[in-house]
Design a protein around this ligand. Structure first.
Ligand code: NAI
Ligand code: MG
Length: 358
């Protein structure tokens, strides 16, 4: 058979997005050249806050239709100081996730060798999680409104939507994720004491779906207590599933506990594979370090590895991760991890490691 070619749409967007996406593509090209088992073809899209400020749109007319032709999307970060965050988020990121039904947001976290968790006594191996976040509805469904704007009696509502359909498909996906990992352990996070409708539905659906996964151990946590468990007993957790809002918050905590927000990736998956899935680092556009050349590219490398695994290139994905971890262990790290390497130096070190191995 010939070497397969995967078409990747790259959307670097704002802030450090272009810096880390460029680093990610460099490493991916180095990997495909060394492996010679498949091709990646990149096409770049300049969809960003700059484009929005010029044209009034993040995604030009017909843009989503064009994206559909790709096998995957590699995304940087969106958000600029001169555009309100809810405009940029809804204008670009959610404008792709929602129509493409990327309902499963998958966020792995672990402590890399050579890096330090802020938790005393927490070493590599003690914290190795996958958070599965509902990515299509919940608290971020976009339902609600504002009336009497600017008046003292102004009202705003933010309505959380939970449908049995979406809750079930997501919890099923989470059980499958848990099953695919050695510990086969799933924690279902809700807030079903205070949020007595949608979150109780979650609990009930989890109970039902669990029957189809007798080999997976599952337990339930309330989200507030979950922050305590993540901090004090990280080794008791493996796969975690939660609503859009709860998992958004928990996954930032997870990234911090693992040592830096500059490490962790996010996959926005359409598990039906009808639409391309989108892969991005968990961090945002980081205005404070944009243009300084010190952004940690590791989150984007891990993102690239997750993308390869989704495309079916598991070996390439594992090789890339081993090389990235090796470089961290050697001490070639950016400032956020306590090192002094630049984005480019880390990128070059990973490429050298790939070339050395293959
Ligand atoms: P942020 O993740 O951009 O930055 C938080 C802190 O982490 C900053 O001090 C930053 O310098 C540091 N940091 C982030 N990524 C890093 C990296 N790769 N290497 C080293 N340090 C890194 O979050 P913040 O400040 O809340 O948001 C900034 C903008 O990004 C906002 O407009 C926000 O809406 C947007 N954002 C976009 C996301 C996305 O596109 N998916 C996700 C999160 C935020
Ligand atoms: Mg977030």
């Amino acid at each position: 058979r010939g070497r397969p070619t995967y078409k990747i749409a790259s959307i670097p967007a704002d802030g450090i997005g272009p810096e880390v996406v460029e680093a990610g593509i460099t490493v991916l090209k180095c990997l495909t050249k060394a492996l010679y088992t498949f091709n990646l073809e990149f096409e770049h899209f300049n969809w960003s806050s700059n484009l929005y400020l010029k044209t009034g749109k993040y995604i030009p007319d017909g843009g989503l239709e064009r994206l559909k032709e790709f096998d995957a999307i590699l995304f940087g970060a969106v958000g600029a100081p001169n555009v309100p965050d809810h405009i940029s988020l809804w204008g670009l990121r959610l404008a792709i996730c929602q129509p493409f039904q990327q309902y499963a947001n998958v966020r792995p976290t672990k402590i890399f060798k050579g890096t330090q968790s802020p938790l005393r006594n927490c070493n590599p191996g003690d914290l190795n999680w996958v958070i599965v976040r509902e990515n299509s509805e919940g608290e971020y469904a976009g339902q609600g409104g504002r009336s009497h704007i600017g008046q003292l009696w102004e009202v705003a509502t933010e309505v959380a939507i939970f449908t049995r359909h979406a809750v079930e498909r997501l919890i099923r996906f989470a059980f499958e994720t848990a099953r695919s990992r050695p510990r086969k352990l799933l924690t279902v996070v809700t807030k079903s004491n205070a949020q007595r409708n949608g979150m109780v539905l979650w609990d009930e659906v989890a109970e039902l779906v669990a029957k189809d996964f007798p080999d997976v151990t599952y337990d339930k946590m309330l989200v507030d207590a979950m922050t305590v468990r993540m901090t004090l007993k990280p080794e008791t957790l493996d796969t975690i599933v939660a609503s859009n809002l709860h998992a958004d918050i928990l996954s930032d905590l997870a990234a911090a506990l693992a040592g830096s927000i500059g490490i962790a990736p996010t996959s926005n998956l359409d598990p039906t594979r009808k639409n391309p899935s989108m892969f991005e680092p968990i961090h945002g556009s980081a205005f404070d370090i944009t243009g300084k050349g010190i952004a940690n590219p590791v989150a984007t490398f891990w993102t690239a590895a997750e993308m390869l695994a989704w495309l079916g290139e598991e070996d390439a994905s594992n090789t890339l991760m081993e090389c990235v971890e090796q470089v961290c262990e050697k001490g070639v790290k950016t400032v956020d991890l306590g090192g002094n390497a630049t984005t480019i130096q880390v990128t070059e070190a990973v490429c050298e490691e790939i070339e050395r191995r293959l």
